[in-house]
Design a protein around this ligand. Sequence first.
Ligand SMILES: [Zn+2]
Length: 409
Amino acid sequence: MKTVNLTINQLLDQIAQFTDPETEGVTRLLYDEHWIEAQKFLLELGQMIGLDSGFDQVGNVILTKFGTANDESAITIGSHIDSVVNAGKYDGIYGVATAIIAIKELLAEYGAPKKTIQILSFCEEEGSRFPFTFTGSKNLINQLPDDIYQLVDKTGESFEEAQAKAIYALKNIFPLVSALPPTAYAEIHIEQGPVLERLNKEIGIVTAIVAQKRFTVTINGKNNHAGTTPMWLRVDPLKQAVKLIHQLEVIALKIGEPFVFTVGEMAISPNASNVIPEQAKFSIDIRHTDEKELLFFEELIYKLAKTQMQELAGLEIKIDKWTDVGTEEMNETYIEALQAICKEKQLSFHLMPSGAGHDTQIVNRIAPTALLFVPSVDGISHSPQEFTTTENLEKGKTVFKQFIYDLAY
Ligand SMILES: [Zn+2]
């Protein structure tokens, strides 16, 4: 077995080696061979530091230190092992590595905890292999739907087949177990945005994970010759799309922070320089901590689209909403406790919403949760350029470790 170096950076570097070597940065998708190697590595590491190592039916790695109080539930900490394609080495895995190192240090300093602690390395959060997200945390709270097993990846392999292979590979060495029900959940993650760095703060204490809606807007017009069709006779879906996006942008700016409105995807057909398009199709992603603001904006999208159709005969706008998740608020007592820890350790902090989704928002449905951020340099994430300084990684661990100590000892 490899020597295990236990500074956070060394551990992150070791885990970053479990990646598709054909890609830039880190690519470790649910149940692929690199994913299997990474989870195996964590199972072995858990054993080496005195934790009970096992995994559950979806491949979540569970590292447990039973408490002296003999409870049948556990303070649960962790994050996800999977990545997007061409990711960095921090997203998700920083939370797993920090949890492991914090527990290793707590055991060395104070011995066994009163309450049982379990570290989860969630099998999947990103949705980058199959069109489904949060497999790991949904399984932990018993809210995994049955219909995911038929999903297929780009190569045509089904979720069921991929999972069977991965579980088989782990089963030879480690026991299949079930996680204990969480009494509390805490996660530390890189910010993935520029706010902490801009404000020059060391720790982000998340107050809520934003509500989010996503839509696909399809605008159908009339395709025609770019030279012979006068302007007044056109039904041009792209120009109508631009008009709609512009109107929404103006109102989005008026709503202000923390509202965000994004059109990140667009397709035009037939997409030729001398043809008035037939169709323009684009995505809308909106997020806010206040669900009422989001609903107001959603209604606005429908209203503006309706007006455009009334104003231009032959124009058709279809709106398909395919994501609609509510705000999840983090536990207030924990938010206060984390602020007190930061003050005591003389670390600067900022209370903030999370615009990105995290496993915390799933576990929050059944247990009180806490979510901490450390600064991302230039706010970059989901990229090989993702970076957080060693100093800030360690400061995050200091706060996280104290928080777990206060909960479990
Ligand atoms: Zn993540």
